[in-house]
Design a protein around this ligand. Structure first.
Ligand SMILES: C[S@@+](CC[C@H](N)C(=O)[O-])C[C@H]1O[C@@H](n2cnc3c(N)ncnc32)[C@H](O)[C@@H]1O
Length: 290
């Protein structure tokens, strides 16, 4: 999922969790040196390439759309060109199919398992199923919470892959006052958005859909925080804190960062521009602007 400006192969559920097979070592008495065979183009590699290319194109699309220096005609021509390229690759369907192949191994289930575990641990899970918790899963490949009777899950995605998911763009997803969700989950969605400002808007919108004292779960690829030139775990938590979310729990797996926040409501208007927080080579350019 590399976006050109990010200089970062932003992993998906698929690339994050799939393990490669262990390499077999040749027996010691093996005399003849065999010519190394070219690696087969496996399904995994094809999937990674699809995901990565679509992220690049997505980011370019966002950059062109927000470029004020372009004339309307040039902008439209570039947008059309990029959209045609995306369609040629199979569009969001191809991206999601590739993500889903990985998610069915570990991806989304990893997130839903962690969410369920924390909701139980922090005693957010209701004692009875009479009053179910309303959960919004944003950017859902499937409804991974439907088996839990104490959860009433609404799963949304730009391009649903099953009828258990509702078609909706989170940026335009409105909830009426008093209908905010008890739990909101954004797993590997923020890094899907190409524009750092729009990533910030996505976080900001979480305030409108999460009820007071409700819980927000965010999952990001670990390098977005651990190796970014512009972002750290602490800075990310500071951003959320300024939006009125208090960190309850953070856990890093080998490739993912999981966060659980609680909406305490008190927002402090603070801006977070793009600023270098890690110097030196080999960092990626992932950022969030608030
Ligand atoms: C990498 S997949 C993540 C899937 C799953 N949540 C997981 O953790 O494996 C990103 C998904 O987010 C969806 N998405 C991106 N932007 C969105 C938006 N603004 N509103 C709703 N869904 C969005 C994409 O369509 C895609 O299916």
């Amino acid at each position: 999922m590399a976006a050109p400006g990010d200089n970062f192969s932003s992993p998906t559920a698929e690339s994050l969790h799939r393990k490669t097979g262990s390499r077999k070592t040749a027996p010691k008495d093996y005399k003849k040196k065999k010519k190394p065979k070219p690696k087969p183009v496996t399904e995994v590699r094809v999937d990674r390439s699809v995901i990565s290319k679509l992220h690049v194109l997505n980011k370019e699309l966002d950059t062109v759309r927000s470029d004020q220096s372009l004339s309307q005609g040039t902008k439209q021509a570039r947008v059309n060109k990029l959209e045609t390229e995306i369609q040629k690759m199979g569009g969001l369907d191809a991206y999601q199919a590739a993500s889903k192949r990985g998610a069915c191994c570990h991806g989304n289930t990893t997130t839903s398992n962690w969410v369920i575990k924390q909701l139980k641990k922090f005693k957010v899970k209701p004692a009875s199923e009479i009053k179910r918790l309303r959960l919004l899963d944003v950017g859902a490949l499937d409804n991974h919470y439907h088996r839990h009777g104490w959860l009433d899950c609404t799963a949304i995605d730009l391009n649903p892959q099953t009828d258990r998911v509702t078609k909706a763009d989170f940026f335009h997803y409105q909830v009426e006052e008093g209908q905010e969700y008890d739990v909101v989950v954004l797993s590997l969605v923020i890094n899907f958005v190409g524009d750092p400002k729009k990533r910030g808007d996505m976080l900001r919108h979480c305030c409108h859909v999460t009820k007071e004292n409700g819980h927000l779960f965010v999952v990001l690829p670990l390098p977005c925080l651990s190796n970014s030139r512009y972002l750290t775990h602490q800075l990310f938590c500071d951003m959320l804190h300024s939006l009125g979310f208090q960190k309850l729990r953070c856990h890093d797996s080998k490739r993912l960062s999981f966060f659980m926040f609680q909406r305490i409501g008190k927002r402090r208007s603070k801006s977070f521009p793009k600023q270098v927080v890690r110097t030196g080579p080999n960092h990626n350019n992932f950022s969030i602007v608030l």
